[in-house]
Design a protein around this ligand. Structure first.
Ligand code: NAI
Length: 383
């Protein structure tokens, strides 16, 4: 059930000469739920990430195929697939970052909370294994409802005596990605270089985009801001309904166009890193808009994992919005801008100045977010 990759000499040799991050420290990344709708493209993106040296793909079914497929890509990391409970320990051992997109997604008409009964149990058992096999890993939670699964993970780790609040993250990056896309479209500004913080949680009204802090500024009307806020909050539902029962937001969650990644794709074709680099720069600056709070990078799940790895490796000023244990409001967990460093969370930034509309949004999201957090805590402690 495990396979290793080997890259051809010519392209990896060229990449090594021109790509400084090829000499970055060894980092093992595990994806739990790797054969799923998010798991597969996310595994592909992690295989393209030159910061990863070992990629461990785990699922309850289907991982041998996904791992064999992904392992043939000629990039740095060695790929191994693991399937079923008895291989979970091996999948996790030595991981620096664990990404969790395991569990059922929504169908039309469902809220994220409707997933609780199934996903809470999955997350609880996966986190029990993480506490045992890689207690020091950064854990990035994608499985919904994130507002509850992150508190569940925290409780499981507390019980195991391994909890480090600096190393547990709910992935809310997709909310930021959506806020930027929708804002850019409405304000008619280039999406590249745009920043919009999104705070609160990751479900419905708990998602609070702070368009008043968007840069560059625009003069959108109050009505337009209200509509953009609603569209960002309902972005997941928009995709679930458009897919009509055939899945949730898997591609925007995982997929990317980014400097290193485009380069790696193009290199074997172009036979020239110079051309690849120029073309990549052109593609990047002209169209892709893969600019995040800290600069050009990947999308959603892969952006966030990339940011964690950069933080671990000591790259300065890595800032992402993420759902973490927090004291910036009276709620025990809250999403806001967070600086990532060698030990995970390095600094949690305050909310900054809010518009009246955002202040109202903040007050109305608190009861729902608190209830979701408490539901997770209760679940984790009941059995
Ligand atoms: P999917 O059903 O396509 O894939 C889920 C995968 O998890 C499947 O391959 C399944 O075999 C696997 N799985 C189930 N139980 C497992 C276990 N105990 N251990 C390991 N793997 C297990 O679902 P999809 O679309 O990939 O979504 C996954 C999760 O991500 C859902 O909970 C969804 O709501 C959430 N999601 C989160 C987003 C976010 O922004 N945080 C965005 C979109 C979805």
């Amino acid at each position: 059930s495990s396979s290793s990759s080997s890259s051809t000499y010519s392209s990896s040799h060229l990449l090594r000469r021109f790509h400084s991050s090829e000499s970055s420290p060894d980092r093992k990344v595990a994806v739990l739920g790797a054969a799923g709708g998010i798991g597969q493209p996310l595994s592909l993106l992690m295989k393209l990430n030159p910061l990863v040296s070992k990629l461990s793909l785990y699922d309850i079914a289907g991982t041998p195929g996904v791992a064999a497929d992904v392992s043939h890509i000629n990039t740095r990391s060695e790929v191994a697939g693991f399937m079923g409970d008895d291989q979970l320990g091996q999948a996790l051992e030595g991981s620096d970052v664990v990404i969790i997109p395991a569990g059922v997604p929504r169908k039309p008409g469902m809220t994220r909370d409707d997933l609780f009964n199934i996903n809470a149990g999955i997350v609880k058992s996966l986190c029990t294994a993480i506490a045992k096999y890689c207690p020091n890993a950064l854990v990035t939670m994608i499985s919904n409802p994130v507002n509850s699964t992150v508190p569940i993970a925290a409780e499981v780790f507390k019980k195991a005596g391994t909890y480090d609040e600096k190393k547990l993250f709910g992935v809310t990056t997709l909310d930021v990605v959506r806020a930027k896309t929708f804002y850019a479209g409405k304000a008619k500004v280039p999406v590249a270089g745009l920043n919009v913080p999104v705070v609160g949680g990751h479900a419905g009204i708990t998602i609070l985009p702070l368009f008043s802090q968007a840069t560059p500024k625009s003069n959108l009307s109050d009505e337009e801001i209200t509509a953009l806020t609603k569209r960002t909050q309902d972005g997941g539902t928009e995709v679930v309904e458009a897919k009509a029962g055939k899945g949730s937001a898997t591609l925007s969650m995982a997929i990317s166009v980014a400097k290193e990644r485009v380069w790696l794709f193009l290199d074997p074709l172009l036979q020239s890193v110079r051309i690849g680099y120029k073309l990549t720069k052109f593609l990047f600056y002209s169209s892709c808009g893969g600019h995040h709070l800290h600069g050009p990078t990947l999308y959603a799940g892969a952006i966030f994992a990339d940011a964690c790895l950069k933080g671990l490796n000591g790259v300065p000023d890595i800032v992402e919005c993420t759902f973490v244990q927090s004291t910036i409001t009276e709620l025990p967990f809250f999403a806001s801008k967070v600086k990532l460093g060698k030990n995970g969370v390095e600094e949690i930034y305050g909310l900054g100045p809010l518009s009246d509309f955002e202040k109202q949004g903040l007050e109305s999201l608190k009861p729902e977010l608190l209830a979701s957090i408490e539901k997770g805590i209760k679940f984790a402690n009941q059995s």
